[in-house]
Write a protein of this length. Structure first.
Length: 180
């Protein structure tokens, strides 16, 4: 986007207003992505804020040619991966960052939406990490397959396969859960 290119240009020349604009434009998106991968809102917020601190300090060294949103998502994704590796725990996917909304107000519809969200969280946690990451980046992160492939240093076909296999497994898991 031209707006992002202008923000980066201004940021590289020391504009704190440009940094603030970048932060305000993308912080919610980045926290949602990190939360979906870590299943911990506080840890996700810490990662995003730590990233922006280092990003602010790297203005002079920044060599960004492509899409700012993808660059930021890749950086936060890498930090989330590092945290997962450091803690040696299996991450769960979605949590309170986004919830499924009920079509009607009231306790019954809220309970139903809560149950659907629980089933989705449980099913996402059962996906292999590589598939879960692609599904989250594509659906929640709104990244194109070629952007995900570039960020993960994979072929587009590999990314598309992981996405397809992930969705197939989710359908299977959720259908199995519905028949219980």
């Amino acid at each position: 986007m031209i707006e992002d290119k202008l923000l980066i240009w201004r940021f590289k020349r020391g504009s704190t207003d440009a940094l603030q604009s970048i932060y305000e434009k993308y912080v919610a998106y980045l926290v949602t992505l990190a939360t979906a991968l870590l299943n911990d809102v506080n840890a996700a917020e810490d990662i995003v804020h730590d990233f922006f601190v280092s990003f602010a300090q790297s203005a002079e060294k920044l060599k960004l040619e492509g899409n700012l949103k993808c660059y930021l998502a890749t950086c936060v994704l890498n930090r989330a991966r590092d945290k997962i590796r450091a803690e040696r725990r299996k991450p769960a996917p979605l949590d309170q960052a986004d919830s499924l909304s009920a079509s009607e107000k009231g306790p019954e519809s809220s309970a139903l939406a809560g149950e659907r969200q629980r089933q989705l969280i449980h099913a996402m946690a059962q996906l292999p990490y590589e598939q879960r990451e692609v599904v989250i980046l594509h659906l929640k992160g709104q990244m194109m397959f070629r952007q995900i492939a570039k960020a993960q240093n994979l072929s587009v076909n590999t990314v598309m396969s992981r996405y397809r296999y992930g969705l197939d497994k989710l359908r299977s898991l959720l259908n199995h859960e519905a028949t219980k």
